[in-house]
Design a binder for this molecule. Sequence first.
Ligand code: B1M
Length: 208
Amino acid sequence: MADLKALADAIIKGDQNTAVEITKTALDEGTPAESVLNDGLISGMDVIGDRFKKNEVYIPEVLIAARAMKMSMEILEPELAKAGVKPRGKLMIGTVQGDLHDIGKNLVAMMLKGAGFEVIDVGVDVGPEKFVEQAKATGVDVVGMSALLTTTMPSMEKTVKALKDAGLSAKIMIGGAPVTQGYADKIGADGYSPDAASAVDLAKTLVA
Ligand code: B1M
């Protein structure tokens, strides 16, 4: 019987070979894909997120864990689809217009995937029109924006306005080093988070 606790431990350690092996064994043995996801992968990523928030692990450890999770997800995804398992929510994320920084955005996207969200990554240098067009086309529950430059923060405000003017009901969350809760309040975003682990908590609240 595949040990899902060992799968969670493999994710925490970033041991992708073991993670993939246990994922395959669990599915071969008939363990429901949803249990493999919740009790193995998400459970491991939850621990990493919590340790990251407490500064007990740093970005490299999170990236390694996320890579192991990604490898296991590639095996699990078709089974989840077959079983009709719905993601926790659908979220779009991009770095705003004029801004090419994507390391933090990618980390947030990986943590969200690890928490069971379907994530549509629209890349960097994304203008308000593209955010609106993509949000309409994909019907996401949440639109996430990242900015690392003080000079590109105003693009967040323009995007919030464009999304609201387009009548979209998706919640909006923002983040990035120069961004604050005060700024989120000022531009009418629904939430701000300072790091990738808190972004997961926020996204869960926004789709609840
Ligand atoms: Co640039 N850069 N950079 N840079 N860069 C900074 C941001 C800067 C602070 C450096 C400095 O001067 N000390 C400064 C900005 C100053 C300011 O405006 N306040 C700066 C500058 C000025 C520039 C250029 C203008 C430099 C130039 O060309 N003259 C230029 C701009 C290019 C452009 O975007 N148009 C530029 C270019 C670059 C590189 C291309 C060389 C490279 C980016 C590579 C890449 O991303 N692919 C780069 C880098 C690497 C940095 C630093 C060194 C590191 C940024 C980073 O990746 N941090 C940075 C200085 C620094 O921070 N020490 C700097 C790690 C990352 C994990 O953290 O992105 O904050 P962060 O993400 C965190 C949180 O913020 C949060 O969660 C993440 C994980 O915990 N978060 C969210 C992020 N997005 C979120 C979204 C959410 C929720 C949370 O919800 C949706």
